[in-house]
Design a protein around this ligand. Structure first.
Ligand SMILES: N[C@@H](CCC(=O)N[C@@H](CS)C(=O)NCC(=O)O)C(=O)O
Length: 206
């Protein structure tokens, strides 16, 4: 299997999940900050994902999976014993999907004014910063009352995604001081060996 990724972006989440599950991945870097997006082997990335965004996972039969929240569940289900996703059809699985959906739509995409559309300008950034702080306050209360991880005692794919996206707060000058439980969560997750390996493999500081 091959993961198309861009260092430190949302593709870090499936990368972490694969390493936590002990699934070997080939990695292919995509330059998403230049158009057209070209991969490190010189492939036009739109031939892999017509939407042009990472992550994309190429399976051994050549087929491609896209959308991070689907990819992490696919990977987790390959190794149910990793407990990265509760069994399909259970109330716990719905809780996982609820968090994946929340992080994707209420957090991840709120970072667009910095990461993908700096042309939106300072006003859009201020509005997004306020909305992100509101959503992080919700996450904070949940981790404080029901943590240490999003689903309780066990690290899951949702935690890999939250860690990845919440890690963008420093670059976007979002004050995380009001969120100590989230801060402790970030420390806890960043200390996990699989997370460190994934970050190092992407050339990130650990
Ligand atoms: N809906 C996609 C969004 C993925 C996404 O936003 N990827 C960003 C990096 S975090 C990207 O590759 N952007 C480059 C582009 O859209 O051209 C998902 O959830 O996987």
């Amino acid at each position: 299997m091959k993961l198309y990724y861009a260092a430190g972006t949302c593709s870090l989440s499936p990368h972490i999940v694969a390493r936590e599950a002990g699934i070997a991945l080939e990695l292919e870097r995509v330059d998403i900050f230049r158009t057209p997006h070209i991969t490190e082997t010189g492939v036009d990335f739109t031939t892999v994902n017509p939407n042009g965004y990472v992550p994309a996972l190429q399976l051994d039969d050549g087929s491609i999976l896209t959308e991070g929240s689907a990819i992490v569940q696919y990977l987790a289900d390959l190794k149910p014993e990793s407990r990265l996703a509760p069994p399909a059809g259970t109330r716990e699985r719905v809780a996982l999907q609820t968090w994946l959906g929340f992080i994707a739509t209420e957090l991840h995409k709120m970072f667009s004014p910095w990461l993908f559309h700096p042309e939106y300008g300072a006003q859009a950034q201020a509005a997004a910063r306020a909305r992100i702080a509101q959503r992080l306050a919700f996450v904070e209360r949940h981790l404080r009352d029901r943590g240490p991880f999003l689903l309780g005692d066990t690290f899951t794919a949702a935690d890999a995604y939250l860690f990845t996206i919440a890690g963008w707060t420093s670059a976007t000058k979002i004050d995380v001081a009001p969120f100590p439980s989230l801060g402790a969560f970030m420390e806890r997750v960043s200390a996990r060996p699989a997370v460190r390996e994934a970050m190092r493999a992407e050339g990130m500081k650990t």
